[in-house]
Design a binder for this molecule. Structure first.
Ligand code: FEO
Length: 400
């Protein structure tokens, strides 16, 4: 029985991380309706080794947990898998308490360590694939560049078959009591992992596939990521989910996203959504781009092969919330998708032109489904017919 929130993963591995239920937005952008966990693991033995730290704000309880597990022993090493401050933020304070601790990372970690924290001593650098014996444990380091930053790496404890995977396999959501996959609510866990993947890591899907190829070569018994639950029962399940996301394997459904000021564009979007259902689309999801959170909208778009964008024009440009979504989608570099477009205007058309340019810039990532629809102010019978044609063409394209 441990106080201070310490959770044993095994006899010699202890979760000493932090649950954050007070930060409104991760990276200052992404809502956290279920909070987020910063996982840190303390491995005890001949040498005491900490894997990653927590956001600096949570240093108090974090140090208490480490102190309790160590019970007067020294902290010998901190393996820094990733320098984003949600994981490295407590390194400097930790060095203040344990001045002799050695930091283990790679050359890029060392550079960032100096740039972020002015730390340049007691840093041990490892290379990709290097094996390091630390106090009776054998670690293998696998570099996983761009998942999520250039210095990102995973540490595999070959002695206990535990993979400390950093951001890979991580998700939003504080783990409510159950930090293990067999205890967690899988509906929330998977949904929040998908939202984390798409919005934080999604741009780097190709590097993620390379990282997964390395993971697949390891004999992994337990996956300890830096966010989300510890996968001790079904580590293969999270690898499969992650691989599907990284391959951009999509479902047949259609996401309809509309931006409207006075509801006229919403009328067109609703007609398209209904016609999609009438034509047998297995899933139709409608989002209001000005109201629904962009990270959730983007996650739905990532997971489905079809997209219909319907937007008004605003001040001679695309409606700003829609423009923001398109910038975010463009950053993600989605492939193998189909897009239908419906623009509206009253006196200076821009929405259809700018949405068309988005499709063209994707260079085949998005295939345009005809007809492109342009509606002047309110919807007429002829516009309604075009919406129905677009929906039936979209369903045909997705089935084809
Ligand atoms: Fe969870 Fe890239 O930090």
């Amino acid at each position: 029985m441990h106080g201070n929130g310490i959770i044993p993963v095994s006899d010699s591995v202890f979760w000493v991380g932090a649950h954050d239920r007070t930060t409104d937005k991760f990276e200052g952008m992404w809502p956290l309706p279920h909070g987020v966990a910063y996982n840190s693991y303390l491995l005890t033995g001949e040498k005491n080794i900490l894997i990653d730290t927590v956001k600096e704000h949570f240093i108090g309880g974090f140090l208490d947990r480490i102190t309790e597990v160590l019970a007067g022993r020294a902290l010998d090493f901190v393996i820094v898998n990733h320098m984003e401050p949600d994981h490295s933020g407590s390194v400097r304070a930790l060095r203040g308490v344990y001045p002799d601790v050695k930091l283990i990372g790679n050359a890029k970690t060392a550079e960032m360590m100096e740039n972020f924290f002015g730390i340049n001593g007691n840093v041990v650098t490892v290379s990709d694939g290097e094996t390091l014996e630390l106090g009776g444990r054998k670690f293998v380091f696998a570099f996983t560049p761009m998942v999520h930053w250039p210095e990102s790496m995973a540490a595999y404890d070959a002695t206990d078959r535990i993979l400390f995977s950093s951001d890979i396999f991580g998700g939003f959501g504080a783990t409510d009591g159950g930090i293990f996959d067999d205890e967690a609510d899988m509906n929330i866990t998977v949904a929040e992992m998908e939202r984390y993947y798409v919005n934080i890591v999604g741009r780097f899907a190709a590097p993620a596939l390379k990282a997964l190829a390395k993971v697949r070569t390891l004999d992994v018994g337990i996956i300890c990521p830096a966010h989300g639950p510890v996968w001790r029962s079904e580590p293969g399940r999270v690898i499969d989910i992650y691989e599907r996301l990284s391959r951009q394997e999509t479902d047949e459904g259609v996401v309809v996203v509309y931006g409207t000021m006075y509801g006229n564009t919403a009328v067109a979007a609703e007609r398209i959504a209904r016609a999609l259902a009438e034509n047998g689309s297995p899933r139709v999801i409608v989002h209001d781009v000005a109201r629904d959170d962009i990270s959730r909208v983007t996650t739905d778009i990532w997971k489905h092969r079809g997209l219909v964008l319907a937007s008004c024009t605003y001040n001679m440009e695309l409606f700003p919330p829609m423009a923001r979504l398109l910038r975010h989608l463009e950053n993600k570099g989605m492939k193998g998708r189909y897009a239908g477009l419906c623009g509206t205007f009253s006196w200076a058309e821009a929405s259809l032109r700018e949405m068309s340019a988005f499709v063209e810039r994707s260079r085949g990532g998005w295939t345009l489904v005809e007809p492109k629809i342009l509606i002047k102010s309110g919807m007429k019978a002829s516009d309604c017919a075009l919406c129905e044609t677009l929906a039936s063409n979209m369903v045909r394209a997705l089935k084809g």
